[in-house]
Write a protein that binds this ligand. Structure first.
Ligand code: MN
Length: 257
C-alpha cells in the first residue's frame, strides 16, 4: 500500500476523522471592530444573481462581498507593517498549508479571566508534558472562545474600556515568533491578539512578531476541543487572493481515532 492509499483507506474507515475547524460564513459571522478613526472590515454578504427564475431559469448563484479577515481566516505576513515585504496570501507555499498541529488548552483559565494572557512559562509547561512544539507545525491556542461565536457582542466582549478577549503576552508572542519552531498560531477569537493588545508595547504583538517573522495566523477556529494535544494534522485552505493580506479559509484537521 502506498502512503496515500493508506490515508484514503483510513479516511474511508473512520480510523482518521476529519474535524472541521471552520466557522460557517454568513452575514451573522462576527467581525472585528476597530476604533472609529480607522477603516473597518465588512461582514460577509451574499447578493443573489438568480435562483431558478427569469434571471437564470435553471441555475442558482450569488455574488459575495467579504473582508479578507472575516470569519475563519488566514493572516498572511504582509497583513502587518512588520511583514510588509513578506508573502501575500497567494504566495504562501502550499506545503505549509498541511502541517502537524498541537493544541494548548487554557479554556478553563479563560473562562475565569477573559483577559487571560498566555506566557512563555505556560508553553514551556505544556512542552514538559507533551514534548516540543512541532517543527514547522501549528500551535492552536485553545481558549474556549468558540462557544461565544454565535453573537457579535458575546464574541467581542467589549465594554467602555474596549474588548476583553484572551490572547498572549508580548514576550510570549515574541518567543513563539522568534525562538519557537512553529509556522503559525491558530486561535478561536476574532484575531490572534488579545482584546486589550491595542495598548501593549508593541501594540498587537502577535501580529507584529509572528507576521514580521514570516509566520502566519489562523483565527475564529472552532472544534479545537475535539483535537488531541498532539498528533493531528492541520489543512488550511485560504483563497489565493493575489496581493491579499489574508483570506477566508476552510480549515480542517485530520485526527487518528
Ligand atoms: Mn486577521
Amino acid at each position: 500500500m502506498t502512503v496515500l492509499s493508506q490515508l484514503t483507506d483510513a479516511l474511508r474507515t473512520g480510523r482518521i476523522e476529519v474535524v472541521d475547524l471552520t466557522a460557517p460564513l454568513s452575514s451573522r459571522t462576527p467581525i472585528l471592530e476597530l476604533p472609529p478613526q480607522f477603516g473597518q472590515t465588512q461582514r460577509f454578504e451574499l447578493a443573489e444573481i438568480s435562483r431558478y427564475d427569469e434571471r437564470g431559469p435553471a441555475w442558482y448563484w450569488n455574488n459575495f462581498r467579504s473582508g479578507e479577515h472575516t470569519g475563519t481566516h488566514f493572516d498572511a505576513p504582509n497583513h502587518w507593517v512588520t511583514g510588509r515585504d513578506g508573502h501575500d496570501v497567494a504566495e504562501v507555499p502550499v506545503e505549509r498549508l498541511i502541517r502537524p498541529v498541537v493544541v494548548l488548552d487554557v479554556a478553563e483559565r479563560c473562562a475565569a479571566d477573559p483577559d487571560f494572557l498566555l506566557e512563555v512559562d505556560d508553553v514551556r509547561a505544556w512542552e514538559r508534558e507533551h514534548g516540543p512544539l512541532p517543527d514547522g507545525g501549528w500551535l492552536i491556542y485553545r481558549t474556549g472562545w468558540d462557544a461565544r461565536a454565535s453573537g457579535q457582542e458575546e464574541f467581542l466582549n467589549a465594554d467602555g474600556t474596549g474588548p476583553h478577549t484572551p490572547g498572549m503576552s508580548v514576550e510570549c508572542a515574541r518567543w513563539l515568533a522568534e525562538e519557537s519552531p512553529v509556522v503559525g498560531i491558530g486561535v478561536e477569537t476574532v484575531g490572534t491578539d488579545a482584546g486589550a493588545a491595542h495598548s501593549f508595547d508593541p501594540p498587537f504583538p502577535c501580529h507584529a512578531y509572528l507576521l514580521g517573522s514570516g509566520k502566519y495566523g489562523l483565527t475564529q477556529l472552532r472544534n479545537a476541543g475535539r483535537l488531541p494535544a498532539t498528533g493531528a494534522v492541520l489543512v488550511a485552505g485560504p483563497l489565493p487572493i493575489v496581493t491579499g493580506s489574508g483570506a477566508p479559509a476552510r480549515v480542517l484537521a485530520l485526527v487518528e481515532r
